[in-house]
Design a protein around this ligand. Sequence first.
Ligand SMILES: [Mg+2]
Length: 450
Amino acid sequence: MSARILVVDDIETNRRLLEARLTAEYFDVLMAPDGPTCLDLARSEKPDVILLDIMMPGMDGFETCRRLKSDPESRHIPVVMVTALDERTDRIRGLEAGADEFLTKPVDDVALFARVRSLLRLTSVMDELRQRESNGVEMLPYEPANGDGRVVVAAADQAAAHRIARALPASLDAHGYGDPRIAISQARHADLVIVDLSSPRFDGLRLCARIRSDVETRQVPLLGVVDEMDKRTMVRALDLGVNDVISRPLDPGELSARSATQLKRKRYADALRDRLDESLEMSVRDALTGLFNRRYTVSRLRQALDGLRTNHEPVTTALIDIDHFKRINDTWGHNAGDQVLKEICARLSEQLRAIDIAGRYGGEEFLVVFSNTTARDACDAMERARLAVCATPVTLRETGDIINVTMSVGVAEAFLEDSVEALIERADTALYEAKRSGRNRVIEAKRKAA
Ligand SMILES: [Mg+2]
């Protein structure tokens, strides 16, 4: 199902321009010429994201945003403010009004789609939570939280991390780390993690991917620090599941406003989650690897195939098998086997986008669902994952033993009329072919059924 975007701008040309670009990306677009119409449509149409112009006659963007965020019917809808100038004071006023994101006019396509995708992911998580909560429980207020919260800052070295931590308000309990391993272990107890993505001496994106793929840190909000001009890193960060980015040179006011937004969201999500039956989460997850379980993954594949039939968006699936896994279990025991599975899943997750669904399909078999992706792109992703898996052996925690691990992958793109079973079977045939021809490789299924 395509997402609905509400575009609010007083100038018709601007609305039409955004409409054309969003429609080309298969978004469903609604439009409003002023604040009051925006408030009405937000209530009646429930869009997934609102793109809101700041400068409008009558009710301006700040006031419109403030009203959206104070109405229980619309406060959960992410708002992207569109500013004519890259004015930091405007950004801070916007964040104080409750805006979730900013874009600068003229709106750049790459930045626009990355922001919208990242907000949609947030919306779907929140929707899922609210859905589960809706069984007779009253909606929680989206209240601004009190200032305190534990913040972990990761940067190339201790001094750089401290500089960022010191720019945060004193009410936050902020700590800087120059060692990514320590940063990850601290992230487990954090309310917010800030990662410097602007240093060539430090692979911040990799750290972000790790944090997103670890079961214990998957939910923690991530704020990336990027160079103002480095759009590529910004887009990659958002695609990896980083919640927000802030550009250098760092403005302490903007940093504290963006941090406050993330902390507020985290509290809201935590409070919702606390009320929920934990078993619901467990019912879609595989306990060992943190990936989705088989039932959930297959149901998402079924949904993706529906999408193929309605929107003609390509769907590709990959079936992965760890080579000679039985040998690992037999030689080092089941605990070692479990550790290898966890490590391989973490490496695999790092190579996937947040929208890809990866699940444990069997003992040492994994299924990945790539929505809106051709076999060629899925093969590239799987080839990167294969290299990431075989490049570094797994070191066993207890004995220090080193195990070389490889994996074989079968990739199949869906036909229009494919059933889930037929598609997985073609991926399985390709996987068998990968095994037969020597393992440690990615093989694409034949395009046409025989
Ligand atoms: Mg305007």
